[in-house]
Write a protein that binds this ligand. Structure first.
Ligand SMILES: [Fe+2]
Length: 294
């Protein structure tokens, strides 16, 4: 395992944007000593029944960045999401910045390239992205150094990104009363997810953790911020030292009962292309519905 350059003495400001259609939380992370920022997991809106995409959620983020005169340096995808479409290319076209994801995206592209019967025009080398992160890789946002931790289990390419005392956990952990993400997508693995969660819980107790999703269990208000200490003490799936065996048994039993996310088919086709909608040979944006394939 890589040695991670953890430093709690950089406290970036974080602005979060909740998307009620997909229960996704996107974040703007700001370097405290410059105007540089990064955007984590931005959402593109889709009316799937009508095949119509729009950008209200992304426009909110763009307006925020412009209002505070921030310089967007990075657009980070914690993984290839299966429940919403990425707005990274749209925001990039408005504000610049580089789009990054874990280097295991190539595994995801290989798997779903087959599912969607993609031809050779669909590159499986991650080249649609500006940067492919390996475990422990660092990058700069203004004066702030961020690093990426490879956290597979939910998907092979999952990464947690850490900026000073703020970690963006993607779909490894949820809030303590919601537990953890599913591990039953192609390439997912409950045991790997447990190991990845342990990497996150090995960060300092005071590390702030920002979620990618919240569903307000039990009707509580939507929340997206907690700490390593709170997750260790209270997480209903992994807290209080639950064992790997207990977790795998529970996770597999639960995953067997879950329906596929409503937007999984459009999400995967778009997100494995870094947020670009696929096009027909004559350049028309078009999505596929493979039958009985996932
Ligand atoms: Fe996910």
């Amino acid at each position: 395992m890589a040695q991670y350059p953890v430093t709690l003495d950089v406290p970036p400001e974080v602005a979060s944007f909740f998307d009620p259609q997909t229960n996704t939380v996107s974040h703007v992370v700001m370097d405290p000593t410059s105007h540089a920022c990064a955007v984590i997991d931005p959402v593109m809106d889709i009316d799937y029944a009508a095949g119509r995409i729009s950008y209200d959620h992304a426009d909110e983020i763009i307006a925020y960045i412009r209002k505070f005169k921030l310089q967007l340096e990075w657009l980070i995808e914690t993984h290839v999401h299966a429940d919403h479409l990425s707005a990274a290319p749209y925001i990039q076209s408005e504000l610049g910045g580089k789009i990054g994801i874990g280097d295991q995206i190539t595994v995801v592209q290989e798997t779903f390239g087959k599912v969607f019967n993609e031809g050779t025009a669909f590159q499986r080398d991650g080249s649609q992205f500006d940067r492919l992160f390996k475990d422990g890789d660092t990058y700069e946002v203004g004066e702030m150094t961020a690093f990426a931790m490879h956290t597979p289990g939910h998907t092979p390419a999952c990464m947690v990104h850490v900026f000073g005392d703020a970690a963006f956990v993607g779909d490894t952990l949820f809030m303590p009363d919601a537990g953890s993400a599913r591990a039953d997508f192609p390439g997912g693995d409950a045991g790997q997810l447990y190991d990845s969660i342990q990497k996150v819980l090995a960060l300092p107790d005071k590390m702030r953790l920002f979620m990618c999703h919240d569903y307000g269990p039990g009707g509580r208000d939507i929340m997206w911020e907690t700490t390593v200490a709170e997750e260790k003490a209270e997480n209903i799936h992994v807290g209080q030292g639950k064992t790997r065996e207990e977790f795998i048994k529970f996770r597999q039993a639960r995953d067997a009962l879950l329906d596929m996310p409503k937007l999984i088919l459009p999400s995967l086709q778009v997100n494995m292309r870094a947020g670009e909608v696929p096009k027909t040979d004559d350049g028309k944006p078009m999505l596929k519905v493979p039958i009985n394939a996932i």
